[in-house]
Design a protein around this ligand. Sequence first.
Ligand code: HEC
Ligand code: HEC
Ligand code: HEC
Ligand code: HEC
Ligand code: HEC
Length: 347
Amino acid sequence: MKKSLIFILSIIFSIVLCSHVNAEVAGNCVNCHTMHNSQGGADMATYGGTSPTNSCLTRGTCVGCHAYDTTGASIRSIGGSQVPQVWHNGTDLAAGNFRYIASNANDRKGHNVAAIDQEGTAAMFPPPGYETDPGITASNFSCAGVYGCHGDRTVTDETTSVKGAHHADDSTINGSSTGTSYRFLKGVLGLENPTTAWQNASATDHNEYKGINGPGASPAGPTSPANNTMSGLCAECHGYYHGTAATETGGTASPWKRHPTDHTLPSNGEYTNYTTYSVVAPVARVTVPGTPSGTVTPTGTTDDIIMCLSCHGAHATNFYKLMRWDYANSSLTTALEGCVVCHTSKN
Ligand code: HEC
Ligand code: HEC
Ligand code: HEC
Ligand code: HEC
Ligand code: HEC
């Protein structure tokens, strides 16, 4: 009797443990799904406001679950499942916070995805720096799919493009499917912060991003990010800011014509002083470490790669042009905050 109780308890314990180690969803189906979108005659797809029926029978759209309560915290529990919020009133998560473009009416601070941009007046379409026009407009710019960033970017429908990802075992990030890619960005590699989920909290407690020394050519259109890097994903829409052609960064070495990305910090000069990882101006890694590393070694080869996210946020930030710090500030110290993390002799 006692033995079987211990046996049952150990099974329960290992189930609970597994659901914590992996970010795959767990819990009662009803927490997230509705079979008919009706219970006692009332709608059930009400997350983030009442919506009609959704693909995969979910009780909300992407924004319904991920901007569940825009006045609430940055991570929200739905029936015990932790749901990272993208538009909220708490501390910004690693990708930023869509609140800055939603309620401040300040479209220059981020990506104006249609489901969040309240005014629909953003006019920068097609995206600046595009190499192949991705066909994105103010009304179709989405979280996922052909007109968005997450999921399979060859699939038009948002939910279909991430289908299966939320239930996938993502303990190994290998980029082979949406579920096993960094943050469901299909093809992108990285380390999802195992300590403080979805946050870049400190030099030793943060996500890790894949980079490479030498970006190579950008793929034409939405296929798979070049070399599985974060900057390669950005380049699917902003191709001229990444790559080696004369039209892009202007070559492979100094003097540059656009700021390089997917390029190593040189092992000489001012760059050698960037040795402690900075969450203001982070670097990507050629080999993504198994645990977040607090060290940067500007050896010119490996764990010291400048990327788009060294200077920009991903969703939206509180700063002009989605910068990670206030580059447009009239105080020089504030404006240079991130630049001098690498350009240590320019402060
Ligand atoms: C915490 C939220 C959550 C819970 C709980 C949940 N699901 Fe899902 N499920 C989703 C989301 C979101 C999608 C759609 C996006 C995707 O597939 O990634 C989905 C998609 C699916 C799909 C279609 C894609 C696939 O993986 O085949 C099936 C089937 C499914 N869920 C079944 C279930 C069942 C059965 C349960 C209960 C045992 C359940 N879900 C519990 C969130 C949840
Ligand atoms: C029914 C609620 C629900 C819906 C709808 C939903 N999500 Fe999620 N999402 C969750 C939950 C719960 C998690 C946390 C568990 C996990 O990581 O799978 C999550 C996690 C994520 C993550 C983080 C994955 C990681 O690696 O940490 C991304 C990215 C994401 N969702 C994107 C989307 C997109 C894009 C859509 C729309 C196509 C969507 N979600 C629709 C509930 C939902
Ligand atoms: C699916 C296409 C797509 C991808 C991928 C993409 N962007 Fe964008 N980006 C756009 C579009 C469209 C705009 C212009 C509309 C807007 O500003 O919302 C834009 C605008 C911007 C802006 C200017 C914001 C402003 O309002 O002035 C920055 C900065 C930016 N993107 C950075 C990035 C970074 C960094 C990445 C990678 C993490 C990235 N983008 C990935 C489509 C994309
Ligand atoms: C994460 C590190 C990092 C950050 C942050 C950074 N840079 Fe750079 N920057 C580099 C690297 C690496 C190079 C290329 C060095 C080389 O190969 O000679 C570079 C090159 C440059 C160049 C061209 C130099 C040349 O030789 O052609 C300028 C100008 C520049 N950066 C300005 C800035 C400004 C302004 C900021 C802030 C908005 C900034 N950088 C932020 C790493 C960084
Ligand atoms: C060294 C810092 C730095 C890096 C790295 C960087 N950016 Fe920028 N980005 C800026 C600044 C600063 C601006 C504001 C305009 C300017 O100074 O040219 C900007 C502006 C933009 C814009 C808006 C252009 C417009 O017309 O308004 C887009 C889009 C953009 N960046 C995308 C990217 C992408 C994609 C990458 C990676 C391939 C990237 N950036 C890498 C600093 C950076």
